[in-house]
Design a binder for this molecule. Structure first.
Ligand code: AMP
Ligand code: ZN
Ligand code: FE
Ligand code: FE
Length: 288
């Protein structure tokens, strides 16, 4: 069967008529341009994608323009970080108005805070005799909102550490000597921000860190759904989160969290997808 030759996703289904709702571009810590992401999505046979850059919606208009030419639907998206106790939890937002001024003000503020935090991390590194220069970090970030992935890459580029992952273990991961917290909203504030712009909020990749109690706290905070399909989730975790979605009348989401190679995710566009009814359910929840 022709189907057998198509790429398989995390659910074992084919990529055609499907959506990848978690992708990053060079507007955050991804490598590729919006054009390149849309081109790869088209080649993978995806019908719909969402670019979910960290604290940045700059890719959306560009992607939408290419999407119209290439026949790929673009849903607005963004990935936010919120504080849950001591934890840094990621939320994904979809279908909001990405020109909403209140939201744009907040995103600008978050990116500014990210920049200041990167400077604090570099200072801490310098204090422990790791001579990383802020310019090397900014070279990695380019036009994107600066994050620890750029600092890790800069450490590798400058020959100050062997591998990307080692940078987190030794220096910048949670609890490591040069770790610095990011400015974060609490979950309720983030949900309000996205609701105010007409969108839906999802808990991203809960399998990475979220206990049952934390999951309930986030559901109470008003998240609309859970990211069920993600490269970090096993089949059993997918099944578990799908049951939670059903139990609390939530929506599901999913995608590849593709960054473009530097995190060992070189060719995952089209391999972690959700069927189109998942996107339709989101629209229906918003009466779109
Ligand atoms: P930031 O938003 O600047 O705090 O960066 C968070 C990102 O860094 C996450 O989305 C991961 O991609 C990456 N990251 C965090 N911790 C680790 C780790 N221990 N190993 C590798 N990557 C990590
Ligand atoms: Zn990222
Ligand atoms: Fe994330
Ligand atoms: Fe992500």
């Amino acid at each position: 069967m022709a189907e057998m030759e198509e790429k398989k996703n995390g659910n074992g289904s084919s990529a055609s008529g499907r959506a990848d709702l978690h992708l990053h571009t060079h507007h955050s810590d991804g490598i590729h341009s919006p054009y390149e992401i849309v081109r790869r999505a088209r080649n993978a046979g995806l019908a719909t994608i969402s670019i979910t850059d960290h604290d940045n919606v700059a890719a959306i208009d560009e992607a939408a323009a290419w999407g119209r030419q290439m026949g790929v639907e673009i849903v607005s998206g963004v990935e936010l970080s919120v504080a849950l106790g001591e934890k840094d939890v990621h939320l994904l937002a979809y279908f909001f108005d990405h020109t909403n001024l209140h939201l744009l003000d907040y995103l600008t503020f978050f990116r500014h805070e990210r920049r200041k935090r990167a400077e604090r991390i570099v200072e801490k590194l310098n204090k422990i005799n790791v001579p990383l220069r802020m310019e090397a970090v900014l070279d990695q970030a380019g036009i994107g909102s600066v994050g620890r992935p750029h600092i890790a890459s800069a450490l590798v580029e400058e020959g100050l550490i062997e591998t990307y992952h080692e940078a987190f273990l030794k220096y910048i991961g949670t609890g490591a000597p040069a770790y610095e917290k990011k400015y974060q909203l609490n979950p309720e504030e983030a949900v309000r921000l996205i609701t105010g712009a007409g969108g839906l909020t999802f808990l991203a990749h809960p399998g990475k860190y979220t206990s049952e109690a934390e999951l309930l706290r986030l559901i109470n905070a008003g998240v609309d759904g859970i990211e069920v399909v993600h490269p970090s989730h096993s089949e059993a975790q997918q099944a578990h989160y799908r049951r939670v979605v059903d139990q609390y009348f939530l929506l599901e989401s999913g995608g590849s969290d593709f960054h473009g190679g530097k995190k060992g995710d070189d060719d995952t566009i089209g391999t972690y997808t959700v069927p189109m009814f998942v996107v339709d359910q989101m629209r229906r929840r918003l009466f779109l």
